[in-house]
Structures are given as C-alpha cells and as structure tokens.
Write a protein that binds this ligand. Structure first.
Ligand SMILES: Cc1cc2nc3c(=O)[nH]c(=O)nc-3n(C[C@H](O)[C@H](O)[C@H](O)COP(=O)(O)O)c2cc1C
Ligand code: SF4
Length: 358
C-alpha cells in the first residue's frame, strides 16, 4: 500500500505516510507551568509503541502563556522544551518523525471575530513569539514545526477576508492578510535547515479560489509541507454568537458545501485535493478519512502525500497495526460530540477497553 511507503522531504525521511493529526486529548491536562504532563506523554507513547507511524504532529502548543486556556500547553520556556524533548525521544525510539504544532491563543475563534483591533506592535511581538517557539522545537530535536493557521484560530482569522478588514500592511489584499504568516515563516527559515521542516496547517479562508491563492503564497514564502484543515468560510459567517464549537466540530455536523454531492469525502479533503493540483510541495490530507482504505484511494489518486487521522487514534491506540491487517478497519463511532474535547472517559471506545488503556 502506498500509505506504507516512505517519503522524503529535504533530508527528512518518513517511514510511511501515516500521520497522527494534531489533537489535544483534553482531560490530560498540562504539567506545572503549561509543560507536557507525564499522563499526556504516556497517551502518545501508547499510540507510538509497536505501531507503524510516519509522522506525529503534536497538539497545539501556545507561543505565549497568557490566555493559555483550558489545559493548554506552551512552548516558550526551557522547561517546556525539556518536556517536549521527552516526547520527541519517544517518537524517535519508534522511528516516527515529530512536528511541534505552535499557535497563538486566539480568543475570537469560532466566532468569526475581526482582527482589525490588533495593534501593529502586538503583531510584531506575536511574530517573534512564533519564531521563538519554533526555535525551541528545533532545539528539542523535532523534525519540524507546524504553524497553526487553521480552525478559526488567530492566523486563520488574519488570512481570511471575512475577518480581516485592516487597511495597514497586515490587511487590504491577499499579501497584506498573509503578512503575519509570511513574517513568521521567514523568521523560522533563518534557522531552519534541511533537517527541520516548516509545515503550515491552513484553514479554509472564504472560498476555494482564495484558498488556492493563499496556499500558493504560503509555498512561495518557503514552507516545506502544506496541511489542510477547516476554517473560516462565507457560509458560516452568520453563526449565532453562542455557537457551540464542541457540537459543531469536528466534521460530523459540517455539511458538505463545496465538494460535489457524490464526492466520497468532505469539504476539507476536497479543498486539500484541489490545492494539491496547484502546489509542488507535499500535502497532508485529513478529516473524516476514517480508514487506511479511504486514505489509500486518495494517495493513489495523487490527491495528497500524507494521510492524517485524529479521532481514529483516539478511539483506538492500535489503529495503525489493526489497519495494516485490515485496511477497512474503523473503530471511531463518529459521535456528534467527540468526548475527547471534554472528558475522554466518556468516549464509548474508552469505556469499552478501560480507562487505564485510554
Ligand atoms: C479532541 C480533539 C482535539 C483536537 N486538537 C487539535 C489541535 O490541538 N490542533 C489542531 O490543529 N487540530 C486539532 N483537532 C482537529 C484534528 O487535527 C482533525 O483535523 C479533526 O479531528 C478531523 O480529523 P478526524 O476526522 O481524523 O478526526 C482536534 C480534534 C479533536 C477531535
Ligand atoms: S468514538 Fe466518539 S468519543 Fe470516541 S473518538 Fe470517536 S467520536 Fe470521539
């Protein structure tokens, strides 16, 4: 199967294309000072040991600790870096490459909050925070960094014409809206080398054409890997203020709006596949792919280069080995509200196998 074939990007060789998508297993809170807790590291160990995974992308780590929020981790200090290193070693012991996902704690996400009020000097500081966290990721031994520009969080709101109406250098047109991302990528490129890749997880920004144009710009700025996810879009613009992200996210309640009715995947995969036609760098596809069989079809079709799974790995730590035997294997029940967003003890699959094996 192609999904099990290696792929090399610059100097980094992934043993296969199976990717654990960035996923915060809420309930495994951070250790002191927003470091990774031992429990959380064990959660990953269970998903790496004796498994066959090419790439692990960590859950989002904040580039600043203020508003770090519910159970969030940060990557700012030496202590946080040292704890990340434990996770890096666990990944490498199992032959898995690891990217640290970094992002700014956005307060307005999921509400389409405008970014117009941010002061220029704040934005300069935020650029530096991202670059600093990426440097710590490299020092911790990560094989790359993933910039969080998706899921209606901070950079996604800047990239989208729906939420960015600024008239200064950080807005006005595509180049302006992407200025923040551009400066972050260029800052990281100053120390990144062929052994440390820059991956950008882009959320959709309003419509397909804008997404394609945005992705092309990100490639121009020098990212090495492109990862698609959901984001800000025109049709969701008038969501009620009390919109509940846990219920509306992820996936199962998102209606198909741009993919053709008979397309066997959702809008995120569809957008990623369209973008792939316009880029020359590798693309990571994700969202409701559920099985190796469905991932394999996308790879064979040339729609992407890596296949990422989030809930399937939450539902079953042995997802990769079982899928190698049975590519149609699927264990996640696709609950409307994924329990891992609040309390994983309520995940029906965890209830079945016991909390100690969560
Ligand atoms: C509990 C949970 C936590 C998540 N945390 C993150 C995160 O930290 N960063 C991120 O970019 N996406 C996060 N996601 C989104 C996933 O990476 C993924 O895009 C989404 O779940 C769809 O993939 P799936 O259908 O394989 O689950 C999270 C998803 C879940 C279910
Ligand atoms: S079975 Fe339900 S709670 Fe468990 S991972 Fe899947 S969607 Fe989440």
């Amino acid at each position: 199967m192609k999904i099990l074939e290696p792929i090399t990007v610059k100097n980094v060789t992934f043993k296969n294309r199976v990717t654990i998508a960035p996923s915060h297993p809420y309930g495994y809170g951070p250790g002191p000072d927003h470091t990774f807790s031992d429990d959380n590291i064990d959660y990953y160990r269970r998903r790496l040991k004796n498994q066959n995974i090419g790439l692990l992308i960590t859950q989002r780590m904040q580039v600043q600790s203020r508003d770090a929020g519910r159970g969030n981790f940060a990557l700012i200090s030496q202590d946080q870096k040292e704890k990340l290193k434990v996770l890096v070693d666990a990944a490498h012991e199992n032959g898995t490459k690891i990217f640290a996902q970094i992002g700014f704690p956005s307060t307005g996400h999921h509400r389409h909050e405008s970014v117009d009020f941010w002061r220029r000097e704040d934005l300069k500081a935020i650029e530096e925070m991202h670059v600093h966290s990426a440097r710590l990721a490299k020092e911790a031994g990560c094989d790359g960094v993933e910039i969080h520009g998706c899921n209606m969080f901070f950079l996604n709101l800047f990239n989208s014409p729906i939420t960015n109406h600024r008239i200064d250098e950080y807005g006005g047109n595509l180049e302006g809206r992407l200025k923040l991302s551009e400066n972050i990528i260029k800052g990281i490129k100053e120390f990144a080398d062929d052994n440390f890749l820059i991956d950008y997880r882009m959320g959709w920004n309003s419509d397909l054409q804008t997404d394609i144009e945005t992705a092309k710009k990100l490639e121009e700025f020098g990212i090495d890997i492109f990862h698609i996810s959901y984001g800000v879009r025109e049709s969701d613009r008038y969501m009620p203020f009390d919109f509940n992200p846990v219920i509306a996210y992820p996936g199962t309640t998102r209606e198909k709006q741009i993919a053709p009715a008979d397309y066997p995947y959702g809008d995120v995969v569809y957008t990623g596949a369209q973008i792939k036609k316009n880029l020359s760098i590798p693309v990571i596809l994700v969202d409701e792919i559920w099985t190796y069989e469905r991932g394999e079809k996308l790879l064979e079709n040339g729609d992407g280069d890596f296949i990422a799974y989030s809930r399937p790995f939450m539902a079953d730590p042995d997802f990769s080995t079982k899928s190698e035997v049975n590519p149609g294997y699927s264990n996640c029940l696709k609950c409307v509200e994924c329990a891992w967003f609040s309390d994983f003890h309520k995940c029906p699959r965890v209830l079945q196998r016991g909390f100690d094996k969560a």
